[in-house]
Design a protein around this ligand. Structure first.
Ligand code: B3K
Ligand code: ZN
Length: 877
């Protein structure tokens, strides 16, 4: 497999102005007729008079080629391309290919999911449909005709607006769609199936009426209201916050069961994993509701950040993804609790993206090279990319940022551009200079920011000294200092924010400011400080760095109780919990008895009694850091000790706080009717967190309460939380009964059964691997459905650390076998599963060896896909 480099980027030799496609869909094949209006790119200096035309194509059977309506025989075909030599600067090329969607298990290109045809073209799937210039800087106007059997496929969809339809002999019918906006091939979409429709409409800010449609399989008809509502709120929000209005007359979402990721923003025809569309009280948890809201928003927002302005090449992926994740997370923050949303995002980033940044696949937000682009739809490109945009927003302020994005859209509407173009627009609109800031796009790794303080009572000055350092990552041994915005305040002994003023400057900065740390070492001196303050640093996690300041445990208790900033109150409690857990891990490894630091219990007691505090915040504060995060923080992670210490602490907290937990739990029981609003979700989140603790107190009354909740709950959030608690408990009888009852009740609901698989895969009770192996034999499990793979194998390897990291290596062997098996069906999904093994350097040497052994075994497998090859070979490098 060969490596592609950003530095080798060149403009295409040809443009495709018009793309006319006709799909003839049959049960055992499809014929794709394309007619392309092609034009020489005369802006590009050419070595020879007329360059050859090299079209991308994979796994295609070429049926015919015509150049300007004359059959052509002078061309070359290989595994990846079709090459021909045009004689004129513009010409029409007509190509027919034959493909077999029913055998496409990779779920890229045109494939069948259940009884429906659908497509996934990003990043390079269009070349599996027909020969084309399959690159995002080639933008073309598409007209698409779909022909299929009317009985089996009454609904035929593609991008844009329907312009004509008709009947053919033999029960076949056709519909033509025209998309007026030029687009790259990765935004092409087609759907054919027997689908039912939920319809609504939206009036834009200029008074245009948009036809909104969600298509699902008939049995899911009742589960689309939340997605539709989320769509309308997204459309309104993008108008209000970015001034952007939807541009076609129709916007469609289609839900499919077999999908490699969450969803896809195809122009006017978003295709979704059904898990990101369907949500109803009975079947979906609150978390699923929030995910639907976020993904619907994300894909809708792409209409501007991604579709109208797209990427020049795939190295620029974060141009659309980082920006759009930032947009969807701000949307969610506006729809729900802003602080809780931030806590969730930061928790996720630290446990997962930081681990990626510290592992063998570490890469910059804008990568320099790749073998398989599918491997670069990563947490770094998405989540860290969003953090980078968030920092720009912080540095410019909301208004400056908006001026910048207005200029970006104005300049680049209809173009394929780079991350540099984005930054340039923000700079030009604000007179800013982001040349140093751009290192966030080119340097991989998570910077460390070490902070020290010194108080000079005589001069009434307080000094904060910052030192930044970014560890080496593959291919990048030396790093230069980055711009790190640190939002901060100084607190007095009563927890009040002190007025801020830099020494030697007149200007008052108010009670909170953003320090820009730009040097490897840098000091900030505050004037007129009458007593030694406690700093509240990196509020709202204003930069994706690992900050350390020598807080004592008492300092953290103080901040957890008094910091006026909600995010940092949570951060202080987390920091204390991390410190306590790291201490317990060491003590346990030394074979000494564990003791509970009462200060942690004290914080929990205080927030449990605080009924004025948002219930979801209480839940966040009393949630211990995850095992995955503790692994990430460790130099060498001792999984068993981490698990032991964390479980011990949970149980010990539960015992110490039993009456407070029970009291708060009981007070939340009264909540009358189910509602899906933020307050009700917050209550459920707290109630179920409390239930999890109470179940650790070995009290039969609590077990009964849990079983009752499982049986009587009028919503999936409560029912599922009870099931999780039972499955992770040692109480065999109620656990089995609940699992069986659940499976019987929900057998016909694939998404609910995904939960059932995943809860069991995540159970840390002994015998985890055997349970997962048994579940692989369950009639509802299949390796062909990515959701099932994620629910069972993904959950086991990523969330069940004690069982996956079994000392005998059986967990690793199991995962490697599944990767090898899956690689023949679906390389993208197989490559994703390598992640837990790729982190082998984190663990003790016996585990390291076992993990490396399995990676080597995968690498030695014949006919490995480039996807798996890239991740495995880089992991071993
Ligand atoms: N743009 C798609 C991701 C496509 C992944 C292709 N392997 C979904 C999204 O980010 O909106
Ligand atoms: Zn996206």
């Amino acid at each position: 497999p060969k490596t592609i480099y950003l530095k080798d980027y060149q403009q295409p030799d040809y443009w495709i102005d018009e793309t006319q496609l006709t799909f003839e869909l049959f049960e055992d094949h499809a014929l794709v007729h394309s007619r392309l209006s092609i034009r020489l790119n005369d802006a590009k200096p050419q070595a020879q008079a007329q360059p050859p035309l090299v079209l991308d194509g994979q796994l295609l059977e070429l049926v015919s080629v015509e150049l300007d309506d004359q059959p052509l025989s002078n061309y070359q075909v290989d595994d990846d391309s079709l090459t021909l030599q045009p004689q004129t600067a513009s010409f029409a090329l007509a190509i027919t290919t034959r493909i077999e969607p029913q055998n496409n298990t990779a779920l890229e290109g045109l494939y069948k999911s259940g009884g429906m045809f659908c497509t996934q073209c990003e990043a390079e799937g269009f070349r599996k449909i027909t020969y084309y210039l399959d690159r995002p800087d080639v933008m073309s106007r598409f007209t698409t005709t779909v022909v299929a059997d009317r009985g089996s496929y009454p609904v035929l969809l593609s991008n844009g607006n329907p312009i004509a339809s008709g009947e053919h002999d033999g029960g076949r019918h056709w519909i033509s769609w025209e998309d007026p906006f030029p687009k790259p091939a990765y935004l092409f979409a087609l759907v054919a199936g027997d689908l039912c429709l939920l319809q609504d409409s939206f009036t834009t800010m200029t008074g245009r009426e948009i036809d909104l449609r969600i298509y699902v399989e008939p049995e899911n008809r009742e589960q689309c209201d939340h997605a539709m509502d989320s769509l309308k709120r997204s459309m309104r929000w993008d108008e209000e916050v970015y001034g952007r209005e939807y541009d076609l007359d129709i916007f469609m979402i289609v839900a499919v069961n077999d999908f490699n990721m969450g969803a896809m923003e195809n122009k006017g025809l978003n295709i979704f994993n059904s898990s990101c569309v369907l949500a109803q009280q009975d079947t979906a948890t609150d978390m699923a509701f929030q995910r639907v809201e976020a993904v619907v928003a994300h894909e809708y927002f792409h209409n501007w950040s991604g579709n109208r302005v797209t990427c020049r090449d795939w190295f620029q992926l974060s141009l659309k993804e980082g920006f759009t994740v930032f947009r969807d997370s701000e949307f969610s923050a506006d729809m729900n609790s802003r602080t809780v949303k931030r806590i969730e995002d930061v928790t996720f980033l630290r446990a997962n993206q930081f681990a990626e940044d510290a592992g063998p696949m570490a890469h910059p937000v804008r990568p320099d090279s790749f073998i398989e682009i599918s491997n670069f739809y990563t947490l770094t490109v998405y989540e860290k990319g969003a953090e980078v945009v968030r920092m720009l927003h912080t540095l410019l302020g909301a208004e400056g940022f908006r001026k910048g994005t207005d200029l970006y859209f104005e300049r680049h509407d209809g173009q394929a551009v780079t991350c540099d173009d984005f930054i340039k627009a923000l700079e030009d609109a604000n007179g800013a200079d982001f040349s140093q800031f751009k290192r966030w796009y080119s340097q991989a790794g998570t910077p460390r920011l070490d902070v020290a303080s010194h108080y000079d009572a005589a001069r009434r000055e307080y000094r904060l000294s910052f030192r930044q350092h970014c560890p080496a990552t593959p291919g990048q041994s030396e790093k230069r200092p980055q711009v790190i915005p640190v939002r901060m305040a100084l607190l007095d002994s009563a927890g009040q924010e002190l007025p801020l003023q830099m020494a030697g400057e007149q200007q008052s900065l108010g009670n909170e400011t953003v320090l820009s740390v730009t040097e490897a070492e840098q000091e900030f001196v505050f004037a007129n400080i009458d007593q030694e303050p406690l700093p509240s640093l990196l509020r709202g996690f204003s930069a994706p760095v690992k900050l350390s300041y020598p807080y004592s445990r008492d300092d953290r208790v103080f901040l957890a109780k008094h910091d006026p900033d909600g995010f940092n109150r949570w951060e202080a409690a987390q920091g204390l919990a991390v410190d306590v857990l790291q201490g317990l891990v060491e003590i346990h490894r030394a074979g000494r008895p564990l003791h509970l630091d009462q200060r942690l219990a004290d914080i929990y007691r205080t927030v449990l009694a605080d009924t004025a505090l948002d219930a979801a915040m209480v839940a966040e504060i009393i949630r211990l850091p995850s095992e995955a995060y503790l692994v990430e923080l460790a130099d060498t992670a001792h999984v068993d000790a981490i698990h032991f210490a964390r479980e011990w602490l949970r149980a010990e907290l539960a015992r110490s706080l039993k009456s407070e937990l029970q009291q708060r739990f009981d007070s939340l029981q009264v909540s009358a009717h189910y509602s899906a609003d933020a307050d009700a979700m917050a209550m459920r989140s707290l109630k179920n967190t409390l239930l999890g603790y109470l179940m650790l107190t070995d009290d039969q009354a609590v077990v009964q309460q849990c079983v009752r909740q499982f049986v009587e709950a009028d919503n999936m959030t409560d029912r599922q939380a009870a099931l999780v608690a039972l499955v992770n408990s040692p109480f065999e009888q109620p656990r089995q009964a609940a699992l069986e009852h659940f499976a019987e009740r929900w057998a016909a609901y694939p998404l609910v059964m995904d939960q059932w698989f995943s809860i069991q895969a995540g159970s840390t009770q002994p015998g985890g691997l055997e349970r997962v192996e048994a579940l692989m034999q369950h009639p509802l499990f299949t390796l062909r459905n990515p959701n099932k793979v994620r629910a069972l194998i993904g959950a086991f390897a990523n969330q069940n650390l004690v069982n996956f990291h079994r000392a005998d290596g059986a967990g690793y062997r199991f995962l490697a076998d599944r990767i090898i098996e899956l690689d023949r069906l679906n390389p993208q999904i197989a490559a994703r599963l390598v992640t837990p093994l790729s982190r082998w350097r984190k663990f003790a040497s016996d585990r390291q060896q076992l993990m490396q052994q399995e990676l080597a075994r995968i690498l030695a497998t014949e006919k490995l896909s480039p996807d798996v090859y890239e991740v495995v070979s880089k992991s071993l490098a």
